[in-house]
Design a protein around this ligand. Structure first.
Ligand code: 13P
Length: 253
């Protein structure tokens, strides 16, 4: 049985002033939600503050990116060990914004995946197709290439301690959501692809696959009801405690 995970990706949002009421609001509302793992991924600079705010709660902490290197002369980069100093357990890697705006290749994302796991953190590997790729029938080819770049290096075993997030790029921040059926189709494809790398389906059946892209309290329930969708990676709606809690509630069942 896969426990749902709802992760808030705050992206480059928030201020020192705004994060406290946001986290406090989430904390208060979570008392009635116990069937879901809840994760917050603030900007690097607020990890320490958020870590303090969620102390003694079940809320988990994650980062939005990390370096593939251990340490050294890499100006502006953040290492896994630094994240561990602030009690991070998860790291989002290969988000479409990193891939498209900062030129991160699938090969680099695979290196980051390996680095994250080596350090004992859990990677959340994002994959997703562009609108023109979907329209030209290339969705599975694109997702397959992004996923195989990692699977070829770590095998299915590498996903024993990992999360995958399917985020169709055309649905991110646009208000357009994949229909539950469209999302389920890709999630099923992803699970089958993991299974290709093992002799039985042990890891494929256990790995959590999140959906991301304009998830809101009013569409979350029908998306999460699909058999291969194990929660969500939430952008805009993670910035309002009521909306984020509504989505956590939908995943709670
Ligand atoms: P939105 O929920 O704002 O569409 O963002 C999704 C996302 O990119 C989460 O990583």
């Amino acid at each position: 049985m896969r426990k749902p995970l709802v992760a808030g990706n705050w992206k480059m949002n928030g201020t020192l002033e705004s994060i406290t009421p946001l986290v406090e609001g989430i904390k208060q509302g979570l008392t009635s939600i116990n069937n879901v793992e809840v994760l917050i991924c603030p900007s690097f600079v607020y990890l320490s503050n958020v870590s303090d705010l969620i102390e003694d709660t079940s809320i988990l902490l994650g980062a939005q990116n990390v370096s593939q290197e251990d340490e050294g002369a890499f100006t502006g980069e953040i290492s896994c060990n630094m994240l561990k100093d602030f009690d991070c357990q998860y790291v989002i890697i290969g988000h479409s914004e990193r891939r498209s705006l900062y030129g991160e290749s699938s090969e680099l994302v695979a290196e980051k995946f390996i680095q994250v796991q080596k350090s004992g953190l859990t990677p959340i590997l994002c994959v997703g197709e562009l609108l023109e790729e979907r329209e030209s029938g290339e969705t599975e080819a694109v997702i397959g290439q992004q996923l195989r770049a990692v699977l070829d290096k770590v095998g299915a075993e590498g996903f024993q301690q990992a999360v995958i997030a399917y985020e169709p790029v055309w649905a991110i921040g646009t208000g357009l959501t994949a229909t539950p059926e469209q999302a389920q189709e890709v999630h099923g494809f992803i699970r089958d692809l993991v299974a290709e790398y093992e002799s039985d389906r042990t890891v494929a059946e256990q790995v959590r696959i999140l959906y991301g892209g304009s998830v809101k309290p009013d569409n979350a329930k029908e998306i999460f009801a699909k058999q291969d969708i194990d929660g969500g990676l939430i952008g805009g709606a993670a910035l309002k405690s009521e909306d984020f809690l509504g989505i956590c509630q939908a995943a709670n069942g």
